[in-house]
Write a protein that binds this ligand. Structure first.
Ligand code: PLP
Length: 391
């Protein structure tokens, strides 16, 4: 094994800070006892702050982001319902596919990889639905396969402008606690996430924030549901319990993660991510490489998808980078498989972590045969970090 810290430059799972590792290492407690119910209360309350919701209900399952898609859909929809799925990447396609698996009829707003969801096109599709058959709009806030952040507030305004009653269901797996996202202010009905990105935890949870309107839809929903049924979870949570054995160690970690986010302050967390992301993009441009996301207003602050030079396979490059320096980079997914590699810059990350990762990218790109100038990316990133230090 290589000495030093692993260079986990993928867009999740992210490095788990020592504080969280220590919090998770304590002896397990009885999940039906008083200490446990206090822990549940703190986690639910803390998550409300991170989702920026006062009115919403939080549900936590042992699971993953993929499970959170399923929980969101089976609790709000019935087989035969129609939804509008905004498909601008691999994860948005997965969200839509999950709805199809439950017999939901999915109208797709098909978009190229590298662009965000255009609110005007959503509005046009909703206006065209004069019979108001669409029950929900499915959106991925930050598409992790392309490094594109969509404007959820604008999509909310599109629903309002069309006076359409559809639920707004949003995947925030790679944006929560990293990029600004507001459940109440943006009228989001279900926001869903996992713990292994901005929350800095190991994988293993599916987390949802649910509006009153979505709870009411849940009373009518006819999709088959047992494990993912949120009603027994909400009911037992009121007593600080779960209807199954919960992921106690992850909840210890979650409590610590929420404390860390509170100490730094959510706005400062968003600013840190924005600054490191811009430094990364400047490094990529400094190396003369392209960024998949086309519109700077939609650049993701949690990852950058870098376009591999023509004729070079990004999968082979990523394997080379790991083999030579053990730097882990995200592979190209779906339509951009073999064409892009993704640099993650989220979670517990500072300037030197980022610069170390970027140095790994430069060294391995050059070693792989990409004609870059060593130091050009780092110099651009460093200049920007210096310029914005203390800002
Ligand atoms: C935007 C998005 N949605 C859903 C998922 C699926 O989450 P999981 O891998 O935890 O099932 C991911 C995973 O990276 C993601 O980035």
């Amino acid at each position: 094994m290589r000495s030093g810290r692993p260079s986990l430059q993928i867009p999740g799972p992210t490095l788990v800070p020592e504080r969280i590792v220590r919090a998770m290492s304590q002896p397990l407690i009885d999940h039906r006892g008083p200490r446990f119910s206090a822990l549940v209360g703190e986690c639910l309350e803390g998550l409300k702050g991170v989702f920026q919701t006062e009115r919403g209900q939080i549900v936590i399952y042992p699971g993953s982001g993929t499970g959170a898609w399923e929980a969101c859909l089976v609790n709000t929809l019935s087989p035969g319902d129609r939804v509008l799925a905004c498909v601008n990447g691999h994860f948005a396609a997965g969200f839509a596919r999950t709805a199809t698996a439950y017999g939901v009829e999915v109208d797709r707003l098909e978009l190229p990889y590298g662009v965000g969801v255009p609110a005007d096109q959503v509005e046009a599709r909703l206006r065209a639905d004069s019979a108001r058959q669409l029950r929900a709009v499915l959106v991925v806030h930050n598409e992790t396969s392309t490094g594109v952040t969509s404007n959820v507030a604008a999509i909310r305004r599109a629903l309002d402008a069309a006076r359409h009653p559809a639920l707004l269901l949003v995947d925030v797996v790679s944006s929560l606690a990293s990029i600004e996202f507001r459940v109440d202010a943006w009228g989001v009905d279900v926001a869903l996430t996992g713990p292994q990105k901005g929350l800095m935890l190991p994988p293993g949870l599916a987390i949802l924030a649910i509006s009153d309107k979505a709870l009411r839809a849940g009373e009518e929903a006819k999709c088959p549901r047992a494990y993912w049924d949120w009603r027994p979870v909400l009911e037992r949570n009121r007593r600080g319990e779960f209807p199954y054995t919960p992921a106690t160690a992850l909840l210890f970690g979650l409590k610590e993660s929420l404390a860390m986010l509170r100490e730094e302050g959510l706005d400062a967390v968003f600013r840190r991510h924005a600054r490191l992301a811009e430094a990364c993009r400047r490094a990529v441009r400094g190396l003369g490489l392209g960024i998949l996301c086309r519109d700077p207003a939609e650049h993701s602050n949690t990852l950058t998808a870098v376009v591999m030079p023509e004729g070079m396979d990004s999968d082979a490059y990523i394997a080379y980078a790991y083999r030579t320096l053990e730097v882990s980079l995200g592979v190209g997914l779906g339509a951009v498989k073999g064409k892009v590699f993704r640099i993650g810059h989220l979670g517990s990350l500072n300037e030197l972590d980022l610069l170390g990762g970027l140095a790994g990218v430069e060294l391995t790109l050059r070693g792989f045969g990409v004609p870059i100038r060593l130091g050009a990316g780092l110099a651009a990133a460093e200049a920007y970090l210096l310029e914005t230090a203390g800002a």
